[in-house]
Design a protein around this ligand. Structure first.
Ligand SMILES: Nc1ncnc2c1ncn2[C@@H]1O[C@H](COP(=O)(O)OP(=O)(O)O)[C@@H](O)[C@H]1O
Ligand SMILES: [Mg+2]
Length: 328
């Protein structure tokens, strides 16, 4: 079990990247969802023992990560958000190099271990190809190969699906799911779909604070009967935004297909109730309506520390935050 208590990180500036985070992560896949600048990478670097927090504690299976980073390093695999490669090496050479740097024990030799790991991440066929020719998904799988080399208890992957095409993403989902069978896999992402597909539990962070800790089903259920969909012409959308909490507006054939949140269940004329999505829940948590959304979510949302300021925009639907951020 990974336990994070009162974690604070203030960078020189000062920039408060983490403003007192409490989180307990059990075995299995756990999502850390938040927009750019939320503090995800900062948290992950601290968990990996690469960055010292300003205050607070982190323990992995009762071992103090902050005081003894060297003790957890062997129990931990980390795929950073920015992962560097030497383009002139082939996949196998690159992996051997990384394993050597990490000091991974390989009784049967590094080459045999590298081969084995490449097979596990489905890259055996590309072992002799230069890393330069690898697709984004292949690079991420190579990154995972080095992260799991020592069979770690905790695997941390920082935004691993950003930039992958749909097919590569699906393949990567399968790999992560396999890894999470018997260990903690902590996945940070700004992509709601990652969480919907992969994570039985997840936390939402925003501006270095926990906004919610829940599971996808509960987050959706909490909004049941409160999400409505309809269409609006270009001339109607502004008024709708001013009067209602719009969670999403997509242009379809020149008209706006709009989803709105109506906690009282009273939609405008022409709007129909629709099943809530995780995207609705996330966007409501991110906006100025964070307090309302968390309140509406009731017991499903354990922690709510909405502060009322605007969050950063999630990359999936950049306009949506402005919409829900607008005063009603
Ligand atoms: N080395 C640093 N020095 C100063 N500020 C930083 C540094 N690294 C990150 N930050 C700031 O800390 C906040 C959180 O950043 P980060 O942890 O990278 O968030 P995320 O990974 O969720 O995008 C941001 O405001 C970012 O600009
Ligand atoms: Mg990041």
């Amino acid at each position: 079990m990974l336990r994070i208590q009162g974690l604070v990180k203030v960078y020189p500036g000062p920039v408060t990247a983490l403003g007192g985070l409490d989180l307990t992560v059990p075995v299995g896949m756990f999502g850390l969802l938040g927009p750019n600048g939320a503090g995800k990478s900062t948290l992950m670097k601290i968990l990996a023992g690469l960055l010292e927090p300003t205050s607070g504690s982190v323990t992995l299976d009762e071992i103090d990560v902050v005081a003894h980073p060297e003790k957890v390093r062997e129990r931990l695999g980390y795929l950073p958000q920015e992962f560097g490669f030497y383009p002139h090496l082939n996949g196998e050479q690159m992996l051997i190099h990384l394993l050597r740097l990490k000091g991974v024990a390989a009784p049967g030799g590094l080459k045999a271990l590298a081969r084995d790991l490449l097979e596990r991440v489905n890259l055996g066929w590309a072992a002799r190809r230069s890393v330069k020719s690898y697709s984004g998904g292949m690079r991420q799988r190579l990154g995972v190969a080095q992260a799991i080399a020592a069979n770690p208890r905790l695997v941390i992957v920082d935004e691993p699906t950003a930039g992958l095409d749909p097919e590569e993403r699906l393949r990567f989902y399968h790999l992560l799911t396999e890894l999470a069978q018997d260990r903690i896999v902590l996945l940070s992402t700004h992509i709601v779909e990652d969480v919907a597909v992969l994570c039985p539990r997840f936390a939402v962070i925003r501006r270095g604070r926990l906004v919610a800790e829940t599971n996808p089903r509960a987050a959706r259920e909490a909004l049941r009967g409160q999400i409505f969909e309809g269409t609006a012409g270009p001339d109607e959308i502004a008024e709708l935004r001013a009067q209602r909490r719009v969670t999403q507006a997509i242009l379809v054939e020149g008209r706006h297909r709009v989803r709105i949140h109506e906690p009282e269940g009273r939609p405008p004329a022409g709007f129909e109730p629709v099943p809530p999505t995780l995207e609705d829940a996330y966007l409501l948590l991110m906006g100025a309506g964070a307090a309302a959304a968390a309140g509406a979510a009731g017991p499903a949302v354990r922690a709510s520390r909405a502060t009322g300021e605007n969050g950063g925009a999630p990359a999936t639907t950049p306009s949506a935050v402005d919409e829900i951020g607008a005063p009603r």
